[in-house]
Design a protein around this ligand. Structure first.
Ligand code: SF4
Length: 450
């Protein structure tokens, strides 16, 4: 370790949607790396350790090393000449960068989509039809005496959700922490999260909707046939006991993951759990929240919603935003071979999209922004190295409970931020298009564009 050491208190980990903002980071400024991350879980420690500054080209254009400016010119030419580009990713960057990405998609008349379309997209759809009984994680920590985790494995995916907020955390009305809460886990299999639960409901795969609808019926005092057990694997007695506990608790929380939303039923499942929370509010206070994965995927939902009116999968090709998941969502769009260019920000679809979509990405010009060289970066025609949000870049992110948090970066990066690169691309595209389109954010803010 060098002599030039700095300690950053109240820094933020952006590895997962918990966005823990109580990190104490020890930074070796000579070596430009974080040597210690107090309060981080095992995932957070790995995140901070991995983001030392690596020597990489600022940009690659057709595989050749280039400056950021050369990359911006090449990217702007691709976007200005495309007939139907897609802008995708955005869940691991700041809200400031997300806003510029929306403006680019609007200006070029393309599609705008985020990784929400492959995780909690069904929840976004369900919100629009049924609303959300919501709460902050702080409220859940301070008040919830019954917490139901449905279709998720926080012990491995969001480790501090248990300790900081929803299981062992001590709150104003839960002074004894774990002893003051009943924890219920619903899943199709046992996971490392299961031992945390007082009650574990192992449902048969693809029957979450039936279980949720049976719970709704029981909450409303309807009769349920005992054959529900053959269908779902959960006996009527267990369901009745759970409903009794849910009605009697002081404050209940339903926290649901992708095991519910990316399952048979999708937005019907998400709608069912949101409706169950609404039903329970006839008897006590109940909330339902999706547990979000990426560090600022919730910010992406917020920014895209307040700029376009829709959370993801937005098409600007008619000059105004249209929303149609399945048609304008990136995996579907690429699989059909529709887009003729792609701007991918802080995401790696080439590593996890369907094969047909990846094959199409290989056929079209791709622009990629990422601190690391990813599969998508390797197939991109223009690939930018950018600084890491939260570690090198200030800005705003939204925790999974829609609480905005200001980032406190640990040390500077020689690389530009996503926002800086996107702003340069936006300005150059505007020049190339002759100012024919007005970015959504600026139009909404009433700012004239020359
Ligand atoms: S729970 Fe998530 S945000 Fe918190 S320290 Fe762990 S990885 Fe980081």
């Amino acid at each position: 370790m060098g002599d030039n050491i700095k300690v950053v208190a109240d820094a933020t980990c952006t590895f997962c949607g918990c966005v823990c903002d109580d990190m104490v980071l020890t930074v070796d400024l000579d070596q430009k790396r974080i040597t210690k991350s107090e309060n981080a879980c095992v995932l957070g420690k790995a995140w901070f350790k991995e983001h030392a500054i690596e020597e990489r080209p600022f940009a690659l254009v057709d595989g050749r090393e280039a400056t950021t400016d050369e990359g911006v010119e090449a990217a702007a030419q691709i976007l200005a000449n495309a007939r139907f580009p897609v802008v995708y990713g955005l869940s691991d960057t700041t809200c400031e960068a997300q806003k510029v990405a929306v403006a680019i998609a609007d200006m070029v008349g393309g599609c705008l989509d985020t990784t929400t379309s492959v995780c909690h997209g069904p929840t976004g759809i369900a919100f629009q039809s049924g609303g959300e009984s919501t709460a902050s994680l702080g409220e859940i920590k301070n008040r919830a005496d019954l917490v139901v985790f449905w279709g998720g494995n926080p012990a491995e995916a969001h480790p501090r959700l248990f300790t900081r907020y929803a299981v062992t955390a001590k709150g104003m009305y839960t002074p004894n922490g774990r002893k003051d809460r009943t924890i219920v886990l619903v899943d199709v299999r046992r996971t490392p999260s299961t031992p945390v639960a007082d009650i574990f409901l192992q449902v048969k795969p693809r029957t979450d909707f039936e279980v949720l609808w049976a719970l709704r019926a029981l909450v409303k005092g309807r009769k349920i046939d005992p054959s529900i057990e053959q269908r779902t694997g959960v006996s009527l007695a267990v369901l009745e006991d759970l409903v009794d506990r849910m009605k009697r608790c002081r404050y209940g929380a339903l926290l649901f993951g992708m095991g519910l939303t990316m399952n048979r039923g999708r937005h019907f499942n998400a709608g069912a759990i949101l409706a169950l929370a609404t039903d329970l509010n006839e008897f006590t206070h109940f909330v339902a929240k999706p547990v979000r994965g990426h560090g600022n995927v919730t910010g992406a939902d917020n920014v895209v919603s307040w700029q376009t009116g829709f959370p993801f999968g937005v098409n600007f090709s008619r000059g105004y935003p249209r929303f149609n998941p399945g048609e304008f969502t990136t995996a579907d769009l690429l699989s059909r071979g529709d887009a003729d260019a792609a701007l991918i920000i802080a995401s790696d679809p080439a590593s996890n999209f369907p094969k047909a979509a990846i094959e199409h990405l290989k056929r079209i010009p791709v622009i990629n922004l990422d601190p690391k060289l990813t599969h998508t970066g390797r197939l991109a025609r223009v690939s930018f190295t950018t600084a890491t949000y939260g570690i090198n870049v200030p800005g705003t992110v939204y925790r999974m409970d829609d609480v905005p948090i200001t980032l406190r970066p640990a040390f500077d990066s020689p690389y530009p931020s996503d926002e800086q690169v996107l702003t340069a691309i936006r300005d150059r595209v505007r020049e190339l298009l002759g100012g024919n389109r007005v970015p959504a954010g600026e139009a909404l803010a009433g700012v004239a564009v020359s």
